[in-house]
Structure formats: structure tokens, C-alpha cells
Ligand binder design. Structure first.
Ligand SMILES: C[S@@+](CC[C@H](N)C(=O)[O-])C[C@H]1O[C@@H](n2cnc3c(N)ncnc32)[C@H](O)[C@@H]1O
Length: 490
């Protein structure tokens, strides 16, 4: 199923149970009459729906990231508490499940969807999410969407939206998937495209990396927003002072119990941060890989915005090692510098260089440990950015792969004999993972080492396809789908 909604009987048009759960409250459950309180100037549009609409529009028009736009929109419209939570779920859920909803809308609209005005289509997607995934009573979902379309488009478009959304109520989500998606087969990804709202080329890449058996578990996990995990940077903060349960795999992590991370003092002071557990393991692995002899110089070759570099630097400080963080984009290098600054309190030694990691201004053979957390398609972190699956294109992959190979090659040039490199991507795509490592390990001065013994005890099924490498998965490990490989210079 595309989202965690229990299967149910098809709904009758216009019928609906009481609003419940996170979706309940003034924003969700009440159909607003024309005379209801005005919002957003003179219009009668429900503010939470308006906020979600504004997010979709900004993502579409400005190519923005929803998670960055949302806080500003919520603040501008004065939304807090349940209304803010409703707007957040409405915007994020609609963006994630756009593929499923477009298939549904395509069946309810007489003309091709590309001929529907963008702003009307955005509103229809929002209405469809409320009807099929949020348990908003149909009369409320439809009337508030019609108000929105009337306000943002025209009365004619509002009548059109009314008719289309009544069509959407013909089935519940399971019913629509059963109606629209052909049965799943390993050879065609059409079923997954509709049922799990992933572009077909992405389904095919994920299938190649994972196989058929668990594919649906992965796609389902991609459609659920991850819990927020925090990292306690060693020497600066402890897990015990962070509010939440310890993470199962990372020795530095905590699953945030409730509230915004910015409200946690250690996070506000930069002693802790928000970081996926898989990312924490990447830094941990580089720091714990055995190295004989000198162990003074660690490099993060793709450091922006600095999450892993901050963890590495606090670990390096405990061993009197120095970290050089390299980042090509100047504004991201500034973010790295900001992220590393709190580690000065524990005497950390580091430098941040705005430079090209394929030609870093560092001496070849001078480095003991190097991390290549390579720029990648990010297809292992789809649950984090609801719109990202619709942005990426198949032809993004090749240029990234060429860059990844050059970055890893340059990292290996920096290493002294006996030094170690960790190559990581938040993508499981085989061309970005196994094939990069396999190509670079043709060098006579490099071996791929088995990193599995360095992973936390009891971590299940983390072996990658290429011997010695690791591939984490959201549905298995609760992390992003990070790929990790350990290479040693000989
Ligand atoms: C996956 S992100 C790294 C995330 C980072 N390690 C963290 O944990 O916060 C990849 C980074 O590599 C940077 N990058 C891309 N090409 C680069 C190059 N040629 N040299 C150095 N950095 C590069 C990107 O700007 C981006 O900030």
C-alpha cells in the first residue's frame, strides 16, 4: 500500500467518519461554510490548507525543498500546534504520494492531467490526500479544496474541482490501487509506480539493488517520514542529556522523543545535531577502522554542510588528530565552518577548505584517514525529502558516477600506505556504489577491506553485494539507505 492506512471498504461519495488521530482538529475535520472566519486576507480559505498549497506552489515554481519552505509558511500564516501538524502532513504526504494521486486524478478527469492548470492540479492533489490518506470527512476535504480553488483560480475551476473530487470518493486508496495498478510482476514496475508513488526508473534502480523480495517493504518505508535522530558529539555532549531513547546501532545517537530539535539545548549550542543513524555510522566507521602507525591527519573530502565532519572532528579531538574538511561550494564550506566551531571547546584542531576535492590542495601520501561522502542521487534518502523523487532524472546518474570515481581516486592519492578511506553514498544505486568501488579498486595500490566486522554487533543483513561492503536500508535498519566501503592503500 502506498501509505500506512488500513484497508477498508470503498467509501460512498459524501460519506465519512469522524476525523481522528493526527489529522483531527479544526483544520481537518470541519467543513467551513462560506461565512466562516476569514483567513489569509479577505479569502475564506482554511489557513492550514492554504499553507500546504503555498508549500506545493513554492516547491513547483521555485524548485524549493518542502522541509525548508514549511517553517516559513507556517510562521507567516500564524499556524501552530494541531493546525501546523495538519498542514505539514498535508503538504509532505501530498508531495510524497503525488504519483499515486495523479493516477487516481487521471481516472477522474476527462482530459490529460497536463492540460489542467498547475495551481488547480496542486489543489486537487491536496484534496485527494485528505480523502484517501488523512481520514478527513469527504464533505470537509471537498468543500475546503473547492474554496481554495475558487480563491486561487476561478469559480469555473472550483466547479471542476468539486466534480473531480466527488469522483475520487468512488474508492478508498486500496480500491483505487486495485482498480488502476496491474498486478505486480518482477518485469514491470508499473504496479509499484502507482501503488507506492515512485517514478518507474527509481523503482527499477531500487529493484536492481535490493531484489524483488523486499522491494515493497522498502518502497513503503520511503513513504513514511523518518523519526528525528540526534547525535551527541563525543566530548561535547552525552546521549544521556538528549531527550529520547538511544539508537540501536550508533553509539552516539538518540531518537528524539518529541518536539523540535532546536528546542534541545545541546542542539541549539552545536554540541549535538540532527543526523541520521546511518550517517553517524559512516563517521564512526572511518574513525574506528584499524590503522597502524601515524594517525594524525583525517580528511573529509565532501564535507558540506558538515554533519559527518562535526562528528569526525569531535572524535579526532579525543585522539589528537587534525581534520581537514574540503567542500567545493563556498556557501556550504561556510556551513561546515559553523558546524565545526563548537568542537573548539574540546580543543579540536581542524581546517575548512573551499576547494575541489578532485584536486585538493593537500600533499599526496600525507593523510591517514579520508572520507568520501560523495555527492549522489540521494535515492537512499527519499523518505527525508518528499519532493526529491520527482526531481531526479535518470540522466543525473552518469555525471554523478564520473564525479564519484574522480573523488574516490583523489582520496586514495591523498592516503599514505596503510591509510584508510571510507566511500559512502546515501544512494543504493549500483552504478554509484559497487561499480564505483569496483572500478577504483582496480588500482594496484588499493584493496577493498571487509568492513562488516566493524559494524555494530547484531546489525542484521547489512552486507552489500560487493564482498566486504555494507548496504543499510530504511526497512531493515531504520536508517537511510547508506552504502559504505572501506579501502586501504597498500
Ligand atoms: C553528500 S554531500 C556531503 C554531506 C556531508 N558529508 C555531511 O555529512 O554533512 C556531498 C557534498 O559534496 C560536495 N561536492 C560536490 N562536488 C565536490 C567536489 N568536486 N569537491 C568537494 N566537494 C564536492 C557537495 O557540494 C556536497 O556538499
Amino acid at each position: 500500500m502506498a501509505e500506512s492506512r488500513r484497508p477498508g471498504r470503498p467509501r460512498r461519495p459524501g460519506a465519512g467518519g469522524p476525523a481522528s488521530g493526527a489529522a483531527s482538529g479544526s483544520a481537518s475535520g470541519q467543513a467551513r461554510r462560506p461565512s466562516a472566519r476569514p483567513a489569509a486576507g479577505s479569502s475564506r480559505v482554511d489557513p492550514a490548507r492554504l499553507a500546504a498549497y503555498e508549500v506545493l506552489k513554492t516547491v513547483r515554481v521555485d524548485d524549493a525543498y518542502a522541509n525548508l519552505v514549511l517553517p516559513a509558511v507556517l510562521a507567516r500564516l500564524g499556524l501552530e500546534g494541531r493546525d501546523a501538524a495538519f498542514a505539514t502532513e498535508l503538504a509532505s504526504g501530498t508531495l510524497r504520494l503525488r504519483g499515486t494521486y495523479d493516477a487516481v486524478l487521471g481516472a477522474c478527469v476527462q482530459r490529460p492531467l497536463r492540460k489542467v492548470e498547475d495551481k488547480v492540479l496542486d489543489a486537487l492533489r491536496l484534496g485527494t490526500h485528505q480523502l484517501l490518506s488523512m481520514r478527513v470527512p469527504p464533505h470537509a476535504a471537498i468543500s475546503t479544496t473547492v474554496d481554495l480553488v475558487r480563491d486561487r483560480a476561478s469559480s469555473g475551476a472550483a466547479s471542476f474541482a468539486n466534480a473531480v473530487l466527488h469522483g475520487v470518493t468512488a474508492h478508498d486508496l486500496d480500491g483505487w490501487v486495485a482498480t488502476l495498478a496491474p498486478p505486480a510482476t518482477p518485469r514491470s514496475s508499473r504496479y509499484e509506480e502507482i501503488a507506492f508513488s515512485h517514478p518507474r526508473w527509481i523503482v527499477e534502480e531500487l529493484r536492481r539493488a535490493l531484489g524483488d523480495e523486499e522491494l515493497h517493504d522498502l518502497l513503503r518505508a520511503d513513504n513514511v517520514a523518518p523519526r528525528v535522530t540526534l547525535v551527541a558529539r563525543p566530548g561535547l555532549a552525552t546521549r544521556e542529556e538528549l531527550p529520547g531513547e538511544p539508537t540501536p546501532w550508533s553509539p552516539y545517537g538518540v531518537v528524539l522523543a518529541a518536539g523540535a530539535p532546536s528546542g534541545v539545548p545541546a542542539v541549539a549550542e552545536g554540541r549535538a545535531g540532527v543526523q541520521d543513524e546511518g550517517s553517524q555510522l559512516v563517521a564512526h566507521l572511518l574513525a574506528t577502522a584499524p590503522v597502524e602507525g601515524r594517525d594524525r591527519t583525517w580528511v573529509d573530502l565532501c564535507a558540506g554542510p558538515g554533519g559527518k565532519a562535526a562528528l569526525l572532528t569531535s572524535l579526532a579531538a579525543q585522539r589528537d588528530a587534525r581534520v581537514v574538511a574540503v567542500e567545493r561550494q563556498e556557501h556550504r564550506a561556510r556551513l561546515v565552518a559553523r558546524s565545526l566551531a563548537p568542537t573548539r571547546a574540546v580543543g579540536a584542531s581542524y581546517a575548512v577548505l573551499a576547494a575541489d576535492g578532485t584536486r585538493p590542495p593537500l600533499l599526496p601520501g600525507s593523510v591517514d584517514r579520508v572520507l568520501v561522502d560523495a555527492p549522489c542521487t540521494g535515492l537512499g534518502a527519499l523518505r527525508r525529502r518528499p519532493e526529491s523523487r520527482w526531481r531526479r532524472r535518470p540522466d543525473d546518474v552518469l555525471p554523478l558516477v564520473l564525479l564519484q570515481r574522480r573523488l574516490l581516486g583523489s582520496a586514495l592519492d591523498l592516503l599514505r600506505p596503510g591509510g584508510v578511506a571510507v566511500y559512502a553514498t546515501c544512494s543504493p544505486v549500483l552504478t554509484e556504489t559497487d561499480e564505483v568501488v569496483a572500478a577504483v579498486s582496480q588500482r594496484p595500490d588499493v584493496v577493498v577491506e571487509d568492513l562488516l566486522p566493524l559494524l555494530p554487533a547484531g546489525m542484521p543483513d547489512a552486507a552489500g553485494r560487493l564482498p566486504g561492503t555494507a548496504q543499510l536500508w530504511p526497512h531493515r535498519h531504520g536508517t537511510d539507505a547508506m552504502f559504505l566501503a572501506l579501502l586501504r592503500k597498500v
